[in-house]
Design a protein. Structure first.
Length: 406
């Protein structure tokens, strides 16, 4: 494994990190914790200190807190000698000169980390520029949405992925009327498949959500501000607020213009998170990772991946060449349902085995490929996290009988 620190003579003298969210900030702090002594600059577009995003669609949106989980407080960055450039947009990477241009200032680097994350995907439809159409990605957006989640408000959510589902739960818990429109046959279909998706559909309907599946939005109407959502072949739905929750768009334009190799919607990196430029590494949502544990690239848009890759890549920026081996992990809270998901599955191809009862929403779902557990999701079951992790990590052969009797 090697020493955690290296002599100052072999360290890069200047490291620049583009992206001051969880991956970038975690990497900056880990670099100092591992003994890095050179110049360290963290450039971020948002004005706030780096923060973790899961509370934005959970506790902040529900109203149980006003603040997200901060990666660290301001004094930590000062104490560790991390130069923060917040409210600053990087506009160019000059690989030949090894310089990042941001807000008309040049930041020279020896090693560069790109951790630019994702933005929200938009819909190119008539009326998409009306007031009252919101997305949810930043703290500011979470606060703006929460102000609209009031008793009796008419909320329409387009999309039923994790953000759409969590936002629907928050809006209902705040007394709003909620309609969710989803073109697929079930919520969360690409991640959990038809059967498990149906349990989430039932959950939301049980809590009063008007869930409309298998239909698409054709546009938005209103005089300046949105007042209705048009649906193909159906009557329009009244709305005073629309949340567009149709997925994330990786922020890869900077890397693309710089000539880095792209793949799977992100920036192509090897097992160690190094890009096609040996002095540029990538972590978090934008990393299309040649994962040693999978036969294909993996790009993951989840909290744990951003945090863990940020910490891991710090060692490699200092000269280590260690592959990133952790499997994806995420969690969700919706009403009285909590769940954790470990691994990586394709529910359209993998075989589903369920322990427990889907209808009562007290179960663990396993997705099997070639006799091994590719992914496991525990729903309102909390005793077997370590066992589930071992099953996913080991890739060992397992019988259905063993799974249902865990």
């Amino acid at each position: 494994m090697g020493d955690m620190t290296q002599s100052a003579t072999t360290q890069p003298s200047r490291i620049v990190i583009i992206g001051a969210a969880l991956a970038g900030a975690s990497a900056a702090i880990a670099l100092r914790d591992q003994g890095y002594q050179g110049e360290l600059t963290l450039i971020g577009e948002e004005g706030q200190l780096p923060y973790e995003r899961p509370p934005l669609s959970k506790a902040v949106l529900i109203g149980s807190t006003d603040e997200p989980d901060w990666v660290a407080d301001e004094s930590t960055y000062a104490d560790k000698g991390i130069t923060l450039r917040l409210g600053t947009t990087a506009t160019r990477i000059d690989r030949a000169r090894k310089v990042v241009v941001a807000s008309r200032t040049e930041y020279p680097y020896d090693k560069l980390l790109i951790a630019t994350g994702c933005g929200s995907r938009r819909l190119d439809l008539p009326g998409a520029d009306l007031d009252g159409l919101l997305t949810l990605r930043t703290l500011e957006e979470s606060h703006a949405l929460r102000e609209r989640f009031t008793e009796g408000a008419k909320i329409v959510i387009v999309g039923s992925g994790w953000i759409g589902c969590e936002a629907a739960a928050a809006a209902r818990q705040r007394g709003a009327n909620v309609t969710v429109i989803e073109p697929r046959s079930q919520p969360l279909l690409p991640v959990v498949g038809e059967q498990v998706g149906a349990t989430f559909a039932a959950l939301h309907r049980d809590h009063g959500v008007d869930l409309r599946l298998g239909i698409g939005v054709t546009g938005f109407a209103g005089d300046g501000a949105v007042s209705s959502v048009h649906i193909k072949g159906h009557a329009s739905v009244p709305a005073d607020t629309v949340l567009i929750a149709v997925g994330a768009a990786p922020n890869i334009a900077l890397a693309d213009v710089a000539g880095l190799t792209l793949a799977d919607g992100g920036i192509a990196v090897d097992a160690t998170l190094r890009s096609s430029d040996p002095d540029i590494y990538v972590a978090g949502d934008v990393a299309a990772h040649d994962h040693p544990k999978y036969r294909h690239r993996v790009r993951v848009e989840h909290w744990a991946n951003a945090k863990d890759q940020g910490i891991h890549v710090a060692r490699n920026l200092l000269g280590a060449e260690e592959p990133y081996l952790l499997r994806p992990f995420f969690f969700s809270d919706q009403y009285d349902l909590g769940c954790e998901y470990r691994g990586f599955a394709d529910p359209a191809k993998d075989r589903l085995v369920v322990r427990g009862d889907l209808k009562s929403r007290d179960f663990t779902a396993f997705w099997l490929r070639d006799g091994a557990v590719g992914a496991a999701m525990n729903v309102n079951q909390w005793d077997d996290g370590d066992t589930l992790q071992e099953l996913v990590d080991s890739g060992r052969q397992v019988s259905d009988k063993e799974l249902v009797s865990l």
